[in-house]
Design a protein around this ligand. Structure first.
Ligand SMILES: Cc1ncc(COP(=O)(O)O)c(C=O)c1O
Length: 471
């Protein structure tokens, strides 16, 4: 079977052939999401991926230990840097995204941080700058706007829908541009190709958070991305049981085009016995220069490791990824249409709706839909938000997305509560904005739940001003 690409258990975690190279176009995504990256090993022959609950790995001999530490031989050393269960997850996500290699991490937040900090590390000491979308998940905004500022890393936030703003923000010290393929929570869909062309003209790599789209709906490498990151906590896992993140390197960015910009990759690195990463690592076995630096330096030094048990949970989720995504996408669009017709709803942020200003462009980039998360604004003002949310019975009030369960959240007081009014306006969030993450429940039941909560709003707003439940 050509889609099974990993070595038997016990062999080196990073020594499997590149999934892209061996799966090619032989199998469809629905097949690869179940099989890619794992071959049942001899002698155990477990059909599912074992959880390798081991901190460390025994070296075959003295030479093997020395060479593995020196990075000249791939292999397991210590589970902070790599683990055989996580390695299957890496190969599987890499295969679905069509990359050159991947790195699994302890959270999506870690995937975003490590991807960008590895670009900083590649540049070495000095001034560092990123250009980022101003419509990002709140935790990423916190990282880029606050923690990066603490470290002296500058970030210019720009409108993801204005490619010229990306061009104007680029500097000599720009280490990367960062955007979400579908912005959370108002479904902003940037023109990835246009932004990638602008970044590449300045020899700057493009990092795309593909959490909201997943490789079922969009594969950013096909649109010019160089590095893709995921919060695997969301759709990949899909069942709300494990926090995880993945970085996938497309292997497309040429760090040697401007070698002076990336001395830690293109010149001898004393810490690693003078290895020149771009000479030593050609991407075989998923070992791209970027990923080896990320694993051997960023993950080794900072320690944002994924537990093998969580990796196993995410692998289980991925096996049903396309079934869930397609069902949830369809139900979400159905509910968006319903909400757009309701008197109590001022606006629905779903570019899948024909009246939406980005409908045409989004339909071209994402012909299979936009996933299950979307937002809408209640018409009755901030005062009716509490009534609406507390009236919901099926939609659970949870700060998460991509679960099989339907979830609701009020971004202004939860996920995006650290933003000030200007930041909220940039992110497209109003005080009346409600975000839904639609699950796999029956669409009629979900529609009925929204309808009865809107009726509760209607009753509350129609009630006389001195009604006891109004403040
Ligand atoms: C688009 C996006 N990226 C990254 C993250 C961070 O992921 P995690 O919660 O797994 O750390 C999230 C979390 O909500 C997210 O929605």
């Amino acid at each position: 079977m050509t889609h099974r690409t990993d070595p038997p258990p016990g062999q080196d975690a990073q020594s499997a052939p590149s999934a892209r190279a061996s799966t090619g176009s032989a199998s469809a995504l629905a097949t690869r999401q179940v099989h890619a990256g794992y071959t049942p090993g001899v002698p155990q022959n477990t059909v599912t991926v074992p959880v390798y609950q081991s901190v460390a790995y025994e070296f075959a001999d003295f030479r093997a230990a020395r060479d593995t530490f020196a990075l000249t031989r791939p292999g397991n050393i210590y589970s902070r840097n790599g683990n055989p269960t996580s390695a299957v997850l890496e190969r599987r996500v890499n295969d679905l995204e069509g990359g050159a290699g991947a790195l699994a991490l302890g959270s999506g937040q870690a995937a975003v941080a490590v991807s960008l900090l590895t670009l900083v590390a590649a540049a070495g000491p000095g001034a560092h700058h990123f250009v980022a979308s101003n419509k990002l998940y709140g935790g990423t905004s916190d990282l880029l706007g606050d923690s990066f500022a603490d470290l002296g890393i500058e970030v210019t936030f720009v409108d993801p829908l204005d490619p010229e703003a990306w061009r104007a923000a680029l500097r000599d010290t720009t280490r990367g541009v960062f955007l979400e393929s579908i912005g959370n929570p108002v479904l902003t869909v940037p023109d990835l190709r246009a932004i990638a062309d602008i970044a590449h003209a300045a020899d700057v790599p493009v990092v795309v958070d593909n959490t909201m789209a997943t490789p079922v709906l969009l594969r950013p490498f096909e649109h010019g991305a160089d590095i893709v990151v995921h919060s695997a906590t969301k759709y990949l896992g899909g069942h709300g049981t494990a926090i995880a993140g993945v970085i996938v390197d497309g292997g497309t960015f040429d760090f040697t085009a401007r070698p002076a910009r990336w001395p830690r990759l293109t010149a001898p690195y004393p810490r690693f016995d003078g290895i020149v990463f771009t000479d030593a690592f050609d991407g075989r076995e998923g070992r791209t220069p970027f990923l080896v630096l990320a694993r051997a330096k960023s993950v080794h030094d900072l320690g944002p490791t994924l537990s093998p048990t969580s990796a196993s949970q995410i692998l289980l989720g991925i096996e049903t990824l396309d079934l869930r995504i397609r069902r949830q996408t369809e139900t979400a669009l159905d509910l968006a249409r319903f909400l757009a017709q309701q008197f109590e709803v001022a606006r629905v942020h779903h570019p899948g709706l024909p009246g939406h200003p980005e409908h045409e462009q989004v339909s071209r980039l994402l012909p299979e839909g936009l996933g299950s998360v979307f937002s809408f604004d209640l018409a009755g003002g901030p005062g009716v938000v509490e009534t609406f949310i507390d009236a919901l019975e099926l939609f659970a009030l949870v700060a998460n997305i991509g679960d099989v369960r339907s979830l609701v959240v009020h971004p202004a007081t939860t996920t995006h509560s650290r933003l000030d009014a200007a930041g909220r306006a940039d992110a497209g969030i109003d005080l009346t904005t409600i975000r839904l993450s639609v699950g796999v429940e029956d669409p009629d039941d979900l529609r009925a739940d929204l309808a009865q909560a809107l009726q509760a709003v209607a009753r509350a707003t129609a009630a006389p001003a001195d009604a006891p439940f109004l403040r």
